[in-house]
Design a protein around this ligand. Sequence first.
Ligand code: ZN
Length: 248
Amino acid sequence: MVISQLLASGGLWLNLSGTEILVDPGPGCIVQASKKKLKADKLGAIILSHRHLDHSADVNIMVEAMTQGGLKQHGKLFAPVDALEAEPVIFSFLKDHLEGVEVLEEGKSYSIGDISFTTPVRHIHPVETYGMVFRTARHTFSHITDTRYFEGLSSYYGGELLIINLVFLEPRTQADHPGMPIDHLSVPDAAHIITELKPRVAILTHFGMSVWRAKPWQIAEKLSQQTGVKVIAARDGMKFDLAELDEV
Ligand SMILES: [Zn+2]
């Protein structure tokens, strides 16, 4: 999906009571952000859930943009240690433009202005990967990023809104897909998680080709019927206002 750019891969741009946070700036983030008139110099932080290219490819240019080419030392970068050490995803000269770099670890809490987030559990994925639970003065919401399903996954996440990275239509086993990546959630996994967590709204995103071919909006409709939760399939450039959660 990323190579074809059938769908954009720029990540999630949060604006939480004025604190702007970019999550997982994949390839094209700078292009998508400028098209949408999102201002990188307003960002307070960039968070990488993990080092895979579809989540981190534009991190350097986004740090450059956040710090106005280094003119304004500003903003933080959050990432797992394996994105920062042996083969860092960020150039060292850009790190100096930041206010700080913080290492994501299992069970830790972090703050960006008035916003806090936690990375409750290490995911099952080929590199060190975390999802996030964000807390604002009014809302709590979770983002379950790339992971293979595991027992108890839902118990780490919660809140009124759940954002799930949904890559596969059907669960995959290594035996059936030798050499292929399998550590991602499938539609039955998403159904299970949404049923357990019962958020007010669930947003599906990060679709793999099998999900795309099955039409994500139809999958969302079926999941809504199956779970009784309002499930939305993300679209490129989609905006979601957290205030909508108070009306559901
Ligand atoms: Zn990944």
